[in-house]
Design a protein around this ligand. Structure first.
Ligand SMILES: Cc1cc2nc3c(=O)[nH]c(=O)nc-3n(C[C@H](O)[C@H](O)[C@H](O)COP(=O)(O)OP(=O)(O)OC[C@H]3O[C@@H](n4cnc5c(N)ncnc54)[C@H](O)[C@@H]3O)c2cc1C
Length: 511
């Protein structure tokens, strides 16, 4: 039995970095709106609560990954995961956002009704006894802040004969609290952000750590502490110092990305020279740290103060670039014929991408298939009314875009109120799919899922920018009367249907 249907102006899915940020903007810019956050887990923090592997930290600087409205005041700009979780939790607590969160509520389905101009959201509440109770809520606007990957399990490729391995196999997304790796031989499979974070952290106490990679990744060393930001904080109010440091870093990230796009060989040379300088002339940088792709075709792996290079140089960790032929009882046998023995194998093989918290969506009983739709500014979906979602940058901090999107949603809600309109729907009017949601970016986790994600059109506002300056214009300063956003006022429920509605319009792209 569904419990009685409560109603809110806005329902936010997820209490991670984006969901708490979204609630801040709602409270600040739309103070009259009622809202609720449904969160499937028991705590605030999302990614920063889920991932508990040794050394977990940000791989971008917190001066751009913090909220624009709350200064990051810790000395470390590349921050441990615990401090990020604490920052998000403190934001929720200080602003009274935590009172709006319903934990252990997993959203399963959402259906828009044009006649009622509202969503019905179906969730299950996980009871302390392990049971599940259905819950239904309704809202005028659904805001997905559910991240971009599956929470229940990470991605694990089919490794030949993996069941033969007699040691422990662990995925970093489900790190066992009690795992004792002191003195043990640990093999980390992978070369992404997680692997380069884990290797130096494990190497502190493990007997031996090997990172096994199929192919190399760009690794860039940056100072853990931002000296300029820390200095500015001493001589001016923390919010001023934060704003200045934030703009400095936004400028720097954008510059490096643009440089990588225009002069990839120059950037590649610089990165490889840095690796060579830190690893020493005896190390085979050509094999292990010279990727085959251009810089920023995949996310660069940031390491604080060269910790990973230092672990390798000291002999506490090593890198093997090869392919797995088969798992054995003792470890893995490589295509080269070499066998790597291990007590523990960590499969740092990545995430399984998932859009919109994996929920089923429908508009007036018609299922929504995101793959068939266009993304409006990377925020809304063509033909889907009163819905927005957060997907951050691939080349900069996630929060930069999450902030802009939350701000945009508030602007949209206030415009609807001013116009006396209850429904807003992006309509492509002939614009067709021209590119995947994410372009010029080729890591495996994106390639595996991109076909199921919405598409971009050829021109504004159907483009998904990966540029903070362009997005500031598109989301903060551009008019909402852009010919693509259709404001309407469906007939109230229980009245004869007379007003034109999106029911009559097709959801598919190009209609
Ligand atoms: C290990 C790791 C390190 C990262 N490091 C960085 C970094 O340094 N810099 C950077 O910019 N980005 C980084 N990212 C990306 C990172 O996910 C974002 O920075 C940010 O944490 C995303 O916040 P979010 O709130 O949008 O999503 P999440 O943190 O994923 O939070 C989503 C929330 O929604 C909830 N949820 C999902 N589905 C449902 C549902 N159906 N019903 C109810 N609740 C639901 C989840 O439980 C979760 O609490 C990293 C990602 C990972 C995995």
């Amino acid at each position: 039995m569904l419990s009685a249907c409560e109603h809110f102006d806005v329902l936010i899915m997820g209490a991670g970095l984006s969901g708490i940020g979204a609630a801040h903007y709602l409270q600040t810019l739309c103070p009259g709106k009622t809202y609720v956050i449904l969160e499937q887990r028991e705590r605030i923090g999302g990614t920063w609560d889920l991932f508990r592997y040794p050394g977990i930290r940000s791989d971008s600087d917190m001066l751009t990954m913090g909220y624009s409205f709350r200064p990051w005041t810790n000395a470390k700009a590349i921050s441990p995961g615990d401090d990020i979780r604490e920052y998000i939790t403190a934001t929720a607590r200080d602003e009274g956002i935590d009172r709006h969160i319903r934990f252990r509520h997993k959203i399963k389905r959402a259906e828009w009704s044009t006649a009622d101009a509202q969503w019905t959201v179906e969730a299950v509440r996980m009871t302390p006894e392990g049971g599940e109770e259905p819950v239904a809520l309704s809202c005028n606007f659904l805001f997905s802040c559910a991240g971009y990957y599956r929470y229940s399990a990470g991605y694990l490729p089919e490794f030949p004969n993996s069941a033969r391995f007699r040691g422990r196999m662990i995925h970093p997304q489900a790190w066992p609290e009690d795992l004792d790796y002191a003195g043990k031989r640990v093999l980390v499979i992978g070369s992404g952000a997680t692997a380069v974070t884990l290797v130096p952290a494990l190497a502190k106490t493990a007997g031996q750590v090997i990172m096994l990679q199929r192919s190399p990744t760009y690794v860039i060393s940056m100072p853990e502490q931002d000296r300029i930001a820390n200095f500015l904080r001493k001589i001016m109010p923390s919010m001023w110092a934060y704003k200045l440091s934030r703009w400095k870093n936004i400028g720097f990230i954008t510059y490096v990305y643009q440089l990588s796009q225009r002069f990839p060989n120059m950037v590649k040379k610089k990165l490889i020279t840095q690796a060579r300088e830190q690893l020493g002339t005896d190390f085979d940088v050509e094999t292990h740290f010279t990727p085959r792709y251009r810089p920023w075709e995949q996310r660069m792996c940031l390491i604080p103060d060269g910790d990973m290079f230092a672990a390798i140089k000291s002999g506490r960790a090593s890198v093997v670039t090869d392919q797995i032929d088969t798992f054995t009882e003792k470890g893995v046998l490589l295509k080269s014929g070499k066998e790597l023995e291990a007590d523990i194998i960590v499969t740092a093989t990545g995430l399984a991408l998932q859009a919109f918290g994996g929920i089923d969506m429908a508009v007036d009983k018609r299922p929504v298939d995101p793959a068939q739709l266009l993304s409006y500014k990377g925020v809304m979906l063509s033909g889907v009314p009163n819905f927005a979602s957060v997907f951050g940058y691939i080349n900069a901090s996630w929060t930069l875009k999450a902030d802009l999107i939350a701000n945009f949603v508030c602007r949209l809600l206030n415009t609807m109120d001013r116009k006396g309109m209850r429904q807003v729907t992006p309509q492509p009017h002939g614009e067709a799919a021209a590119a995947p949601f994410v372009e010029k970016f080729s890591p495996g986790y994106i390639q595996r899922a991109i076909a199921t994600w919405p598409k971009q059109g050829a021109k504004k506002p159907w483009r998904v920018n990966q540029n903070y300056f362009k997005d500031s214009l598109a989301l903060k300063w551009s008019s909402l009367e852009d010919g693509a956003l259709e404001f309407s006022n469906p007939a109230p429920a229980k009245q004869p249907k007379s007003a034109p509605s999106v029911e009559d319009k097709q959801l598919a792209i190009g209609n």
